[in-house]
Write a protein of this length. Sequence first.
Length: 267
Amino acid sequence: MNFNPHDNETIKDFGDQWLKYTDNEGYYGSLELLSDILSPFLTPDEIRGCRVAEIGSGSGRIVNMLLEAGANHIIAVEPSDGFEVLCHNIPQPEKVTCLKIKGDQLPAYGNLDYIFSIGALHHVLDPAPVVEAAFKALRPGGHFFVWVYGKEGNGLYLALIRPLRIITKRLPHFMLAFLAEMIYWPLVLYIKFCYRLPLPLREYTLSVLEKMSPEKRRRIIYDQLNPEYAKYYTRFEAEKLLSDGKFENIRIHHRHGYSWTVIGERP
Ligand SMILES: C[S@@+](CC[C@H](N)C(=O)[O-])C[C@H]1O[C@@H](n2cnc3c(N)ncnc32)[C@H](O)[C@@H]1O
């Protein structure tokens, strides 16, 4: 079990965040975005009828996407106080088991077809025990699908965000929300410039951010500034996450040139 103080602080930060930002409306919570996240390894159709889990469910947008894709049953793991938002946001509670635990405490079901961890492992200081728990919860032949922030493709962004985060991760909600509002307007301009110029993060900006509502764009900015711990993975580190965990047939994809999607199979 992981008692790292960084992790506990990060989990508290997310609890506060989800209690403030509760809904999953629009493209942010859509099946269209799930298709984008899963591509090129899976399609939502492959999840139909499956028994799956999501580690780090937050306010439940991925859980609801998986429900919409036709998953038969979902184990939703969320350790923060956002757990109550997650439970409240689920339209078919009979199909979802919500667990207020950390990922490394996921029970060793041994019968899950897929486990997803979308945007959670990069907030865990030592993700190895979470990967191990996922391995034990899958059936042989089941797959672990992970999405993490990438280091490659984010050079300029990291040069700006890293020093900023030293301060912002300590700010109270109202100051962070104000700052997100301040950053929002230059971001709108940046999106417009991306249509015409080959700017950094152009592919992500036009494929994902542009499709988000103004409210969700503000939330994404807030989400970047808020958590105590966030790691940006190199390709090697992202692949190693699963290979160290005894997964096989590991495949990796540089999603929109700024993040890593990794999938591995339990032999
Ligand atoms: C950026 S959010 C992603 C939420 C959701 N997957 C989504 O895409 O909307 C990361 C989530 O991981 C959770 N988390 C942090 N540490 C965790 C851990 N050790 N085990 C499981 N979840 C964790 C946080 O509480 C937070 O809700």
